[in-house]
Design a protein around this ligand. Structure first.
Ligand code: SAH
Ligand code: DHB
Ligand code: MG
Length: 223
């Protein structure tokens, strides 16, 4: 099985189950035009986030790592009535692209973009008592994932979901000898989960147009 095959199957899934979507396609085109890296979630993953948020009835969503707002648009479309997404991005130039993409998608009134290092933004949200969020999607710099997850626990409630992207990294997560800081971040993340009684979690490996990776789903349990 090869990357070519995984990409072909993702295309098949997109044709069968997703169909054309002007706002999302424009968001990707504008992101590429502006020179953003092509690392948004895949269409099938975006729709999975959308379905998770809908099944869960999420109204308040926190996203860590906006890029061009592709996943933000999927999440904002899934919100319960009067819901909102707060999305955190380090790079002002990326945030500008994302704001335009969200606006073109007609979702500006449901999305708040905060620019700066996500650790600081999350600490501000804790200080502001902006939580609890129903759903948190962690998808920023991979080495800081354990810190984002710890802060997410302060911003959620029993019954909240925390979804984390890119946790398998081509299998490097299971390599005890890895020196890749991103893989080490995901190993620290799993160690944290293994001794964290406040959540019940699993990790699912994935293949697709973005290669071999995976995501973690964590449910915040009652105290
Ligand atoms: N969720 C997006 C993809 C995010 S890519 C989507 O699927 O469409 C990861 C993003 O995290 C990049 O835009 C990067 O600039 C941002 N990022 C990296 N380090 C960060 C930090 N310390 N704080 C906030 N965002 C950060
Ligand atoms: C990469 C992939 C991602 O999904 C992401 O959020 C950040 C980086 C990558 O392949 O480098
Ligand atoms: Mg990602």
């Amino acid at each position: 099985m090869s990357q070519e095959r995984w990409t072909e199957v993702d295309r098949y899934i997109e044709d069968a189950l997703l169909g054309p979507d002007a706002a999302l396609e424009q968001a990707l085109a504008a992101s590429s035009e502006a020179g953003l890296p092509p690392i948004a979630v895949s269409p099938a993953q975006g729709k999975m986030l959308y379905l998770i948020a809908r099944v869960h009835g999420s109204g308040r969503v926190l996203e860590v790592g906006t890029l061009g707002g592709y996943s933000t648009i999927w999440l904002a479309r899934a919100l319960a009535p009067a819901g909102r997404v707060i999305t955190l991005e380090l790079e002002p130039a990326y945030a500008q692209v994302a704001a335009a993409n969200v606006q073109r998608a007609g979702l500006s009134d449901r999305v708040e973009l905060r620019v700066g290092p996500a650790i600081e933004s999350m600490r501000s949200l804790v200080a502001e008592e902006a939580g609890p969020f129903d759903l948190v999607f962690i998808d920023a710099d991979k080495q800081s994932t354990p810190e984002y997850f710890t802060l997410a626990l302060e911003l959620t409630r029993p019954g909240s979901l925390i979804v984390t992207d890119n946790v398998v990294r081509g299998g490097a997560v299971a390599d005890a000898a890895t020196d890749d800081p991103r893989a080490l971040g995901m190993r620290r993340f799993h160690e944290l989960l293994s001794r964290e009684p406040r959540v019940s979690a699993t990790t699912i490996q994935t293949v697709g147009r973005k290669g071999y990776d995976g995501f973690t789903l964590a449910l915040v349990e009652p105290e």
